[in-house]
Write a protein that binds this ligand. Structure first.
Ligand code: HSE
Length: 292
């Protein structure tokens, strides 16, 4: 029997739509895998009632198939589905490292990124390695359009605020503009490069400045009740940058040391003022999936 843990992740960070991702130190999913003739799946924890257990409908079933590693798989969800915090990527990454160890397949973490991304594609119809890459590799990751991935170790305090609202990924992708102006392109490239330099230096100010995004975030913000007020509250409390986490509805704030508590409290309060319940994870850039 093998146990593994893989973290929640936040994709995009504003200027890196479908490209940037970051692993969070918590929350996380854990899986327990045991060899079996056929794959079977059990799910417990956050939002377990919304997750199918049929192997052909669950991301870990697709991962077990891709690794030719049938198993009884128990997933304990720490990452709520549809949170914008890479819930299915956390399960896929944890299952990938656990089954790789259980069957002694010897794949590298980089190999497992494509296995887990394929698993996501089987289940959701679209593969975005921008969540599975940080879930497996940890730190800050950059996924290019050809799926080659670079990871950078970074250490920054973060707050991920999860409101009790539902944003469908289909709607969140539906509002993404089809084209960008040259001005917006130039601004986005400058911001993305600034953010990357900030991650290399674990510099919260540079990262925060680089999160601004004139293209995707303004469209998606409309889908999250209270977004602007929550963003303003986080910045007022000292956050250096704020953006929609993945497809939403979570909102990610980058902080300097010692500011997470007040940023988290102000974000939850601003959601409450907008009539929306929310919880905030005081977290930081974390490591990728681990077998224990
Ligand atoms: N980059 C993806 C998006 C992440 O923002 O839609 C969610 O799969």
């Amino acid at each position: 029997m093998v146990f593994a843990r893989a973290p929640a992740t936040s994709a995009n960070l504003g200027s890196g739509f479908d490209t940037f991702g970051v692993a969070l130190s918590h929350p996380a999913d854990t899986v327990q895998v045991e060899r079996a003739e056929e794959t079977s799946i059990e799910v417990s924890g956050a939002g377990a009632q919304f997750i199918p257990t049929e192997p052909d409908k669950n991301v870990v079933g697709a991962v077990a198939d891709a690794l030719d590693a049938p198993a009884h798989i128990h997933i304990d969800k720490g990452v709520r589905p549809s949170s914008g915090l890479g819930s299915s990527a956390a399960s896929a990454a944890a299952a990938a490292v656990a089954l790789n160890a259980l069957y002694d397949r010897g794949y590298s973490r980089a190999d497992l990124v494509s296995v887990a991304a394929e698993g996501e594609a089987v289940v959701s119809g679209e593969a975005h390695a921008d969540n599975v890459a940080p879930a497996l590799l940890g730190g800050f990751t950059i996924v290019r359009s050809d799926d080659t991935t670079t990871s950078i170790d970074a250490d920054l305090p973060l707050v991920a605020c999860l409101p009790e609202v539902v944003v469908s990924t289909r709607d969140a992708r539906g509002v993404v503009p089809d084209a960008v102006s040259m001005d917006d392109h130039v601004e986005t490239v400058g911001n993305a490069a600034t953010l990357t330099a900030g991650m290399c230096r674990s510099d919260a100010d540079l990262v925060g400045r680089g999160m601004d995004d004139p293209v995707v975030t303004p469209a998606r913000a409309e889908l999250i009740t209270g977004y602007e007020a929550v963003r303003e509250a986080a910045l007022d409390a000292g956050a250096t940058g704020v953006s929609v986490s993945g497809a939403g509805p979570s909102i990610l704030a980058v902080c300097r040391e010692g500011q997470r508590r007040s940023v988290a409290a102000r974000m939850v309060e601003a959601f409450a003022d907008a009539g929306v319940g929310a919880r905030a994870y005081q977290t930081r850039v974390g490591e990728g999936a681990t077998v224990f």
